[in-house]
Every structure is written in C-alpha cells, then in structure tokens.
Design a protein around this ligand. Structure first.
Ligand code: SAM
Length: 279
C-alpha cells in the first residue's frame, strides 16, 4: 500500500525540477529558488544553533584541521553512490554545502537539495552556491534529517558528511534515509571517528589537542571542544553499521579513512539490494 507521501510524488516532477521543487515552497516565494527556506524559518529540530556560532569560519577551519583531505573524502563519498545521469541527490546536514557542491562538480546533470537546521551554515552555503552559479541545481533548505518532507523512494542518492554525529536520534534519521531512497539507491555517510592503533596516535593527539586549540584561536569558539567530545562519544564503526542495519539499511561498505580519523559508510535500503534479489 502506498503512503500519502508517496501519492505526492507527481507534484515534484522529474529530476531537473528536483532542486527547485522537491520540498514545499516557502510562504513567500522569492525569485531565486535557492534559499526559500532561509527566510523567516523556525528551527524545527536538530542541533543547528550550535553551528551558527562557527558558520563563518567553518570552511577555513575544516581545511586547516584536515590539511584539505576533507575535500578528497567528500569526493570519495559522492563517487561511492554510483549515481545515474540526472540523479536527484539529497545532502543531509549540508552545512555550508561542500558535499552538495562536490556532487554537482562530479556529476554535471545531477540536482541537489541540501537540508540543515543551522541558518548560519546555510547562509554561508547559499553565498557559495550563488558564486558558483549553481542556484538552479542546488537548493538549500532549512530542516531536520529526522523529519524529511520528501516522498518515499524518491531520491537517487543521499549524502551526509560529518552530520549524523550531531543528530540526537540517529536511528530516526537513518530510517528517514531508508524511506526516501529509491530501491537499490545508496546513501553515503562520512563521519569523523576516533583514530585507532599505533599510527592513529598522532591523529588522536591532533584531534584531542590541536583541533580544539586551533578552533579556540581562530574561531574563538568553544564549539571545537564539542567536536572532539562528540567524536569520542560516537559509536565504534562496526556498532554504527549495526545501527544502520537495524534502521532499514543494508550496509555495503565501511571504509576506514586515514588511520580511522574518519569512516565512510555506504548502504542501500534493506530488501532491495542486488545481493538480496529484490526489485
Ligand atoms: C560538521 S557540519 C557538516 C557540514 C557539511 N555536511 C560538511 O561536509 O562540511 C554538521 C552539520 O550538521 C547539522 N545538523 C545538526 N543537527 C542536524 C539535524 N538534526 N538534521 C540535519 N542536520 C543537522 C549542523 O547544523 C551542521 O551544519
């Protein structure tokens, strides 16, 4: 039986319309489709407010703290989705839009809707999208990964970069991802994790000591202490994989990146992957 949301699929049109029409219109529709939800939106959930405080410096600090490797990881993440032409991509916890921008760079025909509860992060992202001339292909929206106003089985791929750690009810967000993905489509979740082993010692020092200091110095923001604490509190990769599986996602790959400083989790909705013989 199809759900009420499913019946709405028609109004969202084809892939080319996704970035401008996939989500309900803002109360007052501006000429420019990107940023509809930036005007006058209320925070509906998530922990976006904390990111408002660091939004302006977020990109710079990201590059400094990861020595630019974060962009290589985003590329890997997008590639892992194996998207078809004209793909409709949903970027959850889009923040300043780096993953959304990476997707449009790698896939010239895709469209992306990016969702995030932080108005500050979205505002920075919007500036970048406009500067790149991508307002017709990337639509940044205010929202919560746990409550997606998107029809069932609607998108060709979901990306989520360094975002799931910040969502209090991770299983709920994962269930939403499983719901909106088309059968056989993939989600890639990139997340910072506690580096392990002898080689990880340097990386652990970097995360625990260097990162909070750079953050405090450049962003004057205690939020970078949160980064280290939230990474330490994040489940071990295999455990997070189990949470994905119990939330309706079949894990295809868990890839360790740079001594475990980050992991890439790739999954597909349960029951539809080729290994299970689904449609
Ligand atoms: C570390 S930033 C990652 C931004 C971007 N994806 C990137 O690759 O740089 C984490 C983002 O998660 C967002 N976030 C927090 N709670 C969320 C939720 N419930 N749903 C969606 N995004 C959320 C924050 O607002 C923040 O922008």
């Amino acid at each position: 039986m199809s759900s009420p949301r499913r019946q709405n699929t028609k109004k969202y049109g084809n892939a080319a319309d996704f970035a401008t029409a996939a989500l309900p219109p803002a109360p007052v529709a501006p000429a420019d489709p990107v940023g509809h939800a930036l005007a006058g939106a209320n925070v509906v959930g998530g922990s976006g407010a904390m990111f408002d405080a660091i939004a302006e410096r977020y990109d710079l600090l990201n590059r400094l703290m990861t020595f630019g490797i974060d962009q290589r990881w985003r590329r890997l993440a997008v590639e892992s989705l194996q998207l078809p032409p004209n793909a409709k991509v949903l970027d959850l916890a889009t923040g300043t839009g780096d993953l959304a921008l990476m997707a449009t760079r790698l896939l010239p025909t895709c469209t992306v809707v990016g969702i995030d509860p932080s108005m500050g992060m979205l505002a920075v992202g919007l500036t970048k999208v406009k500067a790149a001339g991508l307002t017709k292909r990337i639509d940044l929206r205010h929202g919560d990964a746990c409550q997606l106003d998107i029809p069932d089985q609607f998108v060709d791929g979901v990306t989520m970069g360094f975002g799931i750690r910040n969502v209090p009810n991770r299983a709920k967000a994962l269930r939403e991802i499983a719901r909106v993905l088309k059968p056989g489509a993939r989600v890639c979740i990139l997340e910072a994790t506690e580096p392990t082993g002898v080689f990880g010692a340097g990386a652990r020092f970097h995360l625990r000591v260097v990162v909070p200091r750079i953050g405090a110095l450049l962003a004057r923001a205690p939020q970078y202490r949160y980064l280290q604490q939230s990474v330490a509190a994040f489940p071990a990769p295999h455990r997070f994989g189990e949470i994905m599986e119990s939330s309706g996602l079949k894990v295809l790959e868990i890839r360790k990146l740079l001594f475990g400083v980050a992991h890439l989790f790739v999954a597909t909705p349960m029951g539809f992957d080729s290994g299970e013989g689904g449609t």
